[in-house]
Design a protein around this ligand. Sequence first.
Ligand SMILES: [Fe+2]
Length: 263
Amino acid sequence: MIDIHTHILPGIDDGSKDINESLDILRALVNQGVTEVIATPHIITGVYNNTKKIIDEKIEQLKTEIIANKLPIKVYKGAELYYEPNIIEKTKQEELNLAGSNYILIESDLQRFPDNFEKTLYQFQVAGYIPILAHAERFTPFLNDFNRLINIANRGILIQLNSGSFFGNYGENVQKLAYRILQTGCVHFIASDVHHLNTRPVLMKQIYQYLSEHYTEDLAKLLLEGNPERVIHNEPVESMIEGYFEEKPKKTFIEKIRDFFRT
Ligand SMILES: [Fe+2]
């Protein structure tokens, strides 16, 4: 598997605090069957002022330790962008894409989208980037307005969900939303978003098994291997369904009664 969303670089955000913790997380990823990983430290002006220089240095440090510790895992440079008005310029300037590709990983305030959020996503596309919305299931506004998520996806914004959400790591609402998004087919990636092993376990193997058992192994492969690999190779991703995403209309009371008597 390939994990495209992780906070494994030591001491530069709220993820791994030092190189030993980074190596522990990498060992856990290896044990889960992850062979490649994109390090995506937070980029939040005034909170985590990470630059290309800082990220490059940390990546080099981690790569040296991976060789020294003989860990069978490959690390790529990336970033998790937080919405701010000049985020596109900053992305270009600091090369904050994923693994040198045109893909970027972006989030915003989880409780309330900034006014220009969707516009900024589309402007990223105009600038030649392919935005991936990080942990879409964690955004509160989608709870009451699911169509907003569908509209975003139908404009070509890709959707990433966290493995832990499916197992209730972020509460019941997030868990329900994760399954609802999956049911709609409106998802392109599942990643760990690992910060610390004790607070957010990796759970990549568990979600791979769940999808294989309850859907198909092809779907597990698509979301946890195929599409992440396409990001690394800068190739177009595939969707789990063809055409536009649509939420299944809810059955009316009469339809439910008819279904009941049919079975
Ligand atoms: Fe993250």
